[in-house]
Design a protein around this ligand. Sequence first.
Ligand code: NIG
Ligand code: FE
Length: 412
Amino acid sequence: MESKPIIIRHIGQLLTMSGPGPNDAFACISHAALVVEKGLVVWAGADSGLPSQYQGIEIDGGGALVTPGLVDAHTHLIYAGHRAHEVRMRAQGRSYLEILQAGGGILSTVEKTRGASDQELLAATRKRLNHGLLSGTTTFEIKSGYDLTVDGELRLLRLINQLREEGPWRVIPTALAAHAVPPEFFGRPADYLRHLEREYLPKISPLAEVVDIFCEPGVFSLDDSRHYLQAAQARGLQVKLHVDELADGKGAWLAAAIGAQSADHCALTSGEAYGAMARAGVAAVILPGTARYLDHGHMANARAMLDHGGWVAIASDGNPGSSPTDSLGQLLPWAASWLKLTPEEVWTGVTRGGAQALRILQAGRLVAGAPADFILWDAEHYAYPTYYYGSNLVREVYVGGRRVAANRPEVI
Ligand code: NIG
Ligand code: FE
């Protein structure tokens, strides 16, 4: 960590994202400067107004766009192997749930993950985190969920924590043993959840503070999900849910009723359910890449959530099946296009919205006291990264005031 302040000068546009609520969080300063000390932002404002008291290492921003590091509030980045063979299965017309119910999908990744060593899992996940970081993500939520045994799920949480300590990325672990029904409990989802309530929930803290479940018709029912999540809450854990990904299973209503941190996917959630979520302070974590990748014809109604005054996070869902990516930064144009959001709304979703969904309220903005996690983009205007697709526009990545990654695209 630098002891002298770092002063980034001549920033073309600085997104501070300092507004109060979901619909006015976006804030931009043109011709800006940013001062960082001991890992935190200490000052952000117009370059011409930089107080003379700040003496330190000056960096020339060269007119670049500077934004908060992206906060990816929903990933499944710890797993072994891949599922590239499912491309052919989907081309032949087999659906995501058909592949899962035939023992493929999530369960084929479970088999590979159970068989992988700690070192293999760490190396594979580290590689994904590096890719994500180079695409602008500085905070990754990472869910367990590809082992589906108590000991194996706790191992995944320990490995996620190990990666968190390694850095330079920031990591928030989530306990998702209720990701699918494991082969040992086929046809008995409620029994599996009761088993987790007895043997797994008591061991989650301090490895994770939040419990998640795939609440979806055909996987874990609404009633079983409620029972499981309330058991988690009774142990002082926070909860969140995968809901309404493939059908409107009313999971968003459950999220609102039990005060979840977020309801994620929401591809088929109704306008009324978004209203209930917004009133209950439940964030909608929207995963446009997944809905498009599965091509089921439904896209979450982010606009309804914003109209109800609720927080919308846009996340990658990075996983080996329904959203094979690690790079939220690559999704910005698609989030704008598919969700019909403005550039301001997309930036809010991948910064403040993500932070809100993860309840790390200081993150996702660049104001005095916030962590100095920021990105220098090869862009003059903040609309550009929400418009231009397929090339990595990230120039430099800072976490805690330290430059941790840089792209130097050049032909050799
Ligand atoms: O969020 N829906 C459940 N979990 C993931 C998919 C995981 C997988 O297919 O491996 C999701 O889409
Ligand atoms: Fe997911």
